[in-house]
Design a protein around this ligand. Structure first.
Ligand code: ATP
Length: 237
């Protein structure tokens, strides 16, 4: 199986504070992977580094065979929290800008996703509820045709109905060969969706395990496994 993402010994500091220290992990293509960790563990930072938005790290990050940040950007779809987009922008204008910026942006996909998620594209960004903003981010992110998608806490603070819609859209619109990395700080929202989990703790990756192995060999739910690792309990080799 080909690896879409390979991170080797990545160390990153911000304003002299150590944020990530020796992060290493490998992610195969075609999977849905949970990037789990407590608040402030470094999940968003790692996504910013993978996507090429954040710079100045040590170590090596390879996406689809590319290590240079400029090259990596074309293989990664990451909308973060729509950073840099004016809050007054209408959604249809944001879509037009995305289309102009990314040649791989699939407009048909976006329209289907937007309709499925019931997004009103005549609204401005600052008129959206938290849930609809998350939906817009998911729709934009998944509409690019790339090998790696990064979704940063798509379920944070949204109601159950919106969560179900977003979960369904991830399953329905993920291209078979593509990989989606989804960050979250609690796992129950996404446990059933995941092929594997990567857990960040103490500035590094402390576990990178298949969901089947956790359930079948360790006899644990993903939630229990995550909790065990976070509370410093027994770890598996
Ligand atoms: N500009 C900055 N200067 C120094 N430290 C920062 C800066 N921005 C973020 N950090 C720190 O980097 C660490 C990682 O933050 P990050 O947002 O990546 O974590 P996270 O796992 O995504 O958290 P959350 O689940 O709360 O979103 C945190 O300890 C945060 O305080």
């Amino acid at each position: 199986m080909t690896d879409v993402l390979n991170i080797q010994n990545v160390t990153y500091k911000l304003n002299l504070a150590s944020i990530l220290d020796g992060v290493t992990c490998v992610v195969p293509e075609g999977k849905i992977v949970g990037l789990l960790g407590a608040n402030g563990a470094g999940k968003t930072t790692l996504m910013r580094l993978i996507s090429g938005v954040a710079k100045g790290y040590h170590g090596e990050i390879t996406v689809n065979g590319a290590t240079a940040a400029a090259q990596r950007k074309q293989f990664v779809s990451f909308s973060h929290q729509l950073d840099g987009v004016s809050d007054r922008a209408r959604l249809d204008k944001i879509v037009r800008d995305y289309r102009a910026l990314y040649p791989d942006f699939a407009n048909d996909e976006f329209e289907q996703l937007a309709a499925f998620l019931e997004l009103d594209l005549t609204k401005r960004l600052n008129q959206l509820s938290k849930g609809n903003r998350k939906k817009m981010i998911v729709a934009l992110t998944l509409s690019r045709q790339v090998p790696l998608y990064l979704l940063d806490e798509p379920f944070d603070g949204i109601d159950g109905m919106s969560r179900k819609k977003i979960l369904a859209s991830i399953l329905k619109w993920k291209p078979d060969a593509a990989t989606i990395l989804i960050s979250d700080h609690h796992v129950d929202d996404i446990a059933n969706l995941l092929d594997s989990v990567i857990i960040i703790k103490d500035k590094r990756v402390v576990a990178n395990e298949q969901a089947d192995t956790i359930r079948e060999q360790y006899g644990q739910s993903i939630e229990d496994y995550y909790e065990t690792i976070y509370t410093g309990g027994e770890q598996h080799d």
